[in-house]
Design a protein around this ligand. Structure first.
Ligand SMILES: [Zn+2]
Length: 183
């Protein structure tokens, strides 16, 4: 069992400081129960390096964050083929949604513009009819024109408020991202 003794001999210093996994611990203990030379080695090792409870705790506390950091790093590297396309996809989706929002804003602006144009057209038409002597039709066209003008103003104010909201929201998101970057 020479090979086993060599392997156990490598593990012994870590085992003495209680820095091995449960599986290694079981392996070492199984071997120590049957091997006198390794038991002697361990006793000798413990004589040279007496590990107090405080020292043990200190070693464990030092090892823990390092282990955690290693785990995070490993997860980041192993997960690379997964999280890179996911991040890209998320970025593209967010960008597409943002473009959609602006498409909605632009199309909304068409409403007050076209209603305003209709109002202008109705008023011009009313004026033209008046020149030809049709007072009744003139009143009708002017009425339509004024209603359209009122609607155009209301739509204009609504769309303007919405646009301001979108711009402010964008600015807020960018500010948050910048703060996160420098935080
Ligand atoms: Zn042995």
């Amino acid at each position: 069992m020479n090979i086993n003794c060599d392997i156990i001999g490598d593990l012994l210093p870590l085992y003495a400081e209680d820095m091995v996994s449960q599986a290694s611990k079981d392996l070492v203990e199984d071997h120590l129960a049957a091997c006198e030379s390794c038991t002697d080695k361990l006793t000798h090792m413990r004589d040279i390096v007496p590990v107090t409870v405080e020292e043990k705790l200190e070693i464990q506390n030092e090892a823990k964050p390092l282990k955690k950091f290693r785990f995070v790093l490993l997860a980041a590297i192993l997960g690379f083929p997964v999280w890179l396309p996911l991040t890209l996809a998320a970025f593209v989706i967010v960008l597409a949604l943002y473009i959609c929002v602006w498409a909605v804003v632009i199309s909304l602006w068409c409403v007050p513009i076209s209603v305003g144009a209709a109002a202008l057209g109705a008023l011009v038409l009313g004026g033209a009819v008046l020149l030809n002597g049709g007072v009744g039709l003139t009143l009708f066209y002017c009425g339509c024109g004024l209603v359209c003008a009122g609607l155009a103003v209301i739509f204009f104010l609504l769309v303007k408020a919405f646009t301001v909201c979108v711009i402010k929201g964008t600015a807020r998101i960018f500010r948050k991202m910048r703060r996160k970057k420098y935080a």
